[in-house]
Design a protein around this ligand. Structure first.
Ligand code: URA
Length: 495
């Protein structure tokens, strides 16, 4: 059995030197005992065998990074796990990239814990100024990390505070930065650090950013674990702030304005729903009423209401989701890329008269720079707009409605089960009418290769079948029968 004792500082070089020698002599992991015995007696027991020449051992850059991090973990078997990984790494470079591999998972866990510790050290070291008789200011700090991260974490402070001298003392070692040189030393007694004038500033800042109404103790403890509190000046304020939180929130509530702001009336007027008693009787009146619709907030950002278009006595109505960017500007449905694809397919399907419209009449989008990115309407928006869709259907009286995409399917059937199992079927609309479901053309435009051509053929087949059922196209002999077809609807449309 070989025995390697790693020092508290410089352990990475010692581990690497020994690991190389073991590998050159093909020593398997279970014949080595690694321990963190400290600086004394580096090699007790049988030391690693000597090498005759240069080591023929290589590792990937990512392995090296993992090794440097994992070795900082205080878990006793961290160096052994790492050697086991290195041993495997010689014959299988990808094994450790497999997240399902147990050894790779163990190393990832250790690495993550070390990274968190380093992050906490960077965030929670608090320097206090010390007297200086030279031109550079001097600072000192005390910190208690969970792992052996002094050498890994302190170069960050050397970069950030390069113009001052500082010392960070920890229970396992001391880092000194003097005149631009960073050096590491054995642990010393905890230094007595003076009170700092900037502590009052920290306290003021911390109590000012503390919002009692957003107090979330668990999140606070996870961001700033309790063990660090004793060394952070600002945390002395926390108990008092917590004690006051409830009464401060109550005071905030009591101070809330009771008067509605002046603009509220204007907003309420604009959002008022059109009078149902004035139900439009013609398509022109309906379009006009819809142009003033305030049933939901989508009207706020959209350019205009996009009403349906086509033959107002067509036996087939096609319902999409909502106008897109092009339709919003043109004020007409299906004029953009998806609309052009639909128009081509309607022609290929040999469909005659059709009324084309949307489940939602306003464009919903999220601005990104100068672009307007499409957002799917939510349930409430679809439900609010159903009022218009129902009116449109009452005026057109189609024999069959073809719903394209999930939003149209939900608007008409009130069900949002996945479309995959439902397309090509006839379903019952909320008012008892007949609705066939199919893909939305923009879904097809987002696909590529075989998936795109399959979806395109399916929409074409559905259009052919819908046209034939509504009686305004030649029946297709390629379409499969519809499971839920209830042709009774077609003879006795619900309107
Ligand atoms: N997509 C739709 O659902 N409707 C349009 O009018 C345009 C694109």
């Amino acid at each position: 059995m070989y025995h390697v004792s790693l020092p508290q500082r410089g352990f990475f070089d010692v581990w690497r030197d020994n690991a190389r020698r073991f590998l050159v002599h093909h020593v398997p992991p279970d014949e080595i005992f690694w321990d963190r015995g400290g600086d004394e007696g580096l090699f007790t027991g049988t030391a690693a065998p000597e090498m005759d020449g240069p080591a023929d051992v290589t590792v990937t850059r990512s392995f090296l990074k993992t090794a440097a991090s994992v070795l900082c973990h205080t878990q006793a078997n961290a160096p052994a796990l790492l050697y086991e990984a290195l041993y495997r790494h010689q014959t299988d470079r990808r094994a450790l990239e497999n997240p399902a591999d147990p050894l790779s998972r163990k190393l990832a866990r250790l690495r993550k814990a070390v990274a968190r510790d380093v992050h906490k050290m960077h965030a929670f070291v608090r320097f206090r100024e010390l007297p200086s008789d030279g031109p550079r200011r001097r600072f000192g700090a005390w910190f208690e990390p969970d792992h052996l991260i002094l050498e890994t974490a302190t170069p960050f402070f050397a970069r950030r505070f390069a113009d001052m001298d500082w010392t960070i003392a920890t229970p396992t070692g001391v880092a000194c930065f003097e005149a631009g040189d960073l050096s590491f030393h054995p642990p010393a007694e905890r230094p007595k650090l003076p009170e700092d004038t900037s502590e009052a500033l920290w306290g003021t800042y911390f109590s000012n950013i503390f919002n009692p109404a957003r107090l979330h103790l668990q999140a606070m403890r996870s961001e700033m674990p309790l063990k660090y509190w004793k060394n952070l000046p600002e945390t002395r304020l926390i108990p008092d702030m917590l004690a006051d939180a409830e009464s401060r929130v109550a005071a905030m509530h009591a101070a809330m304005p009771t008067q509605a702001p002046a603009r509220a009336e204007r907003i309420l007027n604009r959002l008022s729903v059109p009078e149902i008693s004035a139900l439009p009787r013609t398509m022109g009146d309906a379009r006009d009423a819809a142009s003033r619709c305030r049933r939901c907030t989508l009207c706020e950002a959209a350019t205009q209401t996009v009403w349906g278009e086509g033959d107002a006595s067509a036996p087939l109505m096609i319902v999409g989701e909502q106008p897109g960017d092009n339709e919003d500007i043109a004020g007409r449905p299906f004029v953009g890329p998806a609309g052009q694809l639909l128009t081509r397919l309607i022609k290929d399907a040999g469909i005659g008269a059709v009324w084309k419209t949307n489940a939602v009449k306003h464009f919903k989008f999220r601005p990104r720079g100068k672009r307007r990115i499409h957002q799917s309407p939510d349930r409430n928006e679809i439900e609010q707009c159903r009022w218009w869709l129902d009116l449109e259907r009452r005026l057109v009286k189609p024999k069959l409605v073809l719903a394209l995409g999930a939003s149209a399917a939900y608007a008409l059937t009130g069900t949002d089960l996945p479309l995959r199992a439902r397309r090509g079927e006839i379903e019952t609309a909320l008012d008892g009418g007949a609705v066939m479901l199919s893909w939305h053309p923009s879904h097809i435009l987002r696909l590529s290769g075989n998936a795109a051509s399959r979806a395109r053929s399916e929409l074409l087949a559905d259009l052919r079948a819908a046209g034939a059922m509504a009686g305004n196209a030649e029946p297709s002999n390629t379409h499969t029968p519809h499971r839920n077809t209830r042709l009774g609807y077609l003879r006795n449309p619900p309107f």
